[in-house]
Ligand binder design. Structure first.
Ligand code: HEC
Length: 194
């Protein structure tokens, strides 16, 4: 029910006590959530999600939290475990990333894309998902076969996950016209102002 989500958001803003919302739930099934309801769930889980990601001091797990968002709210496009995804981009990459254009040049070396994720279970409980990274590195190194992107993942407890670069790039490779970036759902993209 809508008021459940609304009151959770209200309480969170009023008392700033995210720990009280360890179990964010919704009476609305995942597929029926409106954008507003997704935002409310994100607001409910955000502080705890971020605390978890940063808790082991993993590279950029704290820093990305002050980067600019590339989307107005989390959205699901059906990949990454069909989770809701929310992308943040560092200073080096933000202007280029938010052009969302196939004609855009390659992303500058040093660009870092961070993507938070969460899901809503069949029982309508909000579940934490991993934190994903893509870092643009100079051409000619080990990442050359992967478009000079280095992929990384941290679990919700902040632990770095062993992943295969090839696994990530096998899918991101489909976006070769976009320097291998998938981009958020069109409805939620924040466009560059220049
Ligand atoms: C089945 C395809 C698929 C696989 C596998 C996949 N991704 Fe993605 N990824 C996407 C798509 C599509 C998007 C854009 C959707 C969105 O952000 O809403 C995306 C977005 C991202 C972003 C945000 C930047 C952007 O726009 O591309 C990061 C960071 C990322 N993925 C990292 C990873 C990592 C790390 C792995 C491996 C563990 C991985 N991805 C595996 C399809 C995939």
């Amino acid at each position: 029910m809508k008021h459940l989500i609304a009151s959770a958001t209200f309480a969170l803003t009023m008392f700033a006590a995210p720990a009280a919302f360890a179990a964010c739930t919704s009476d609305v099934a995942k597929d029926d959530l409106t954008g507003e309801q997704v935002t409310a769930l994100y607001d409910c889980i955000k502080a705890e999600l971020r605390e978890g990601y940063a808790s082991q001091g993993g590279e950029n797990t704290k820093e990305y939290q002050s980067w600019k968002a590339a989307a107005t709210r989390p959205a699901t496009v059906g990949v990454h475990g069909k989770r809701f995804l929310m992308t943040y981009v560092n200073e080096t990459g933000f202007a280029e990333y938010t052009k969302y254009s196939e004609e855009r040049g390659p992303m500058p070396v040093g660009s870092i894309l961070a993507k938070e994720s969460f899901n809503v279970s069949k029982k309508n409980k909000v579940q934490k998902g991993p934190l994903f990274f893509m870092t643009k590195v100079a051409a000619g190194g080990e990442a050359e076969p992967f478009g000079n992107w280095v992929y990384g993942v941290f679990n919700p407890k902040g632990k770095v996950q062993k992943i295969s670069q090839k696994f990530c790039h096998d899918c991101h490779g489909n976006y070769d016209e976009q320097d291998f970036m998938g981009y958020p759902d069109e409805d939620v993209r924040i466009e560059a102002s220049n």
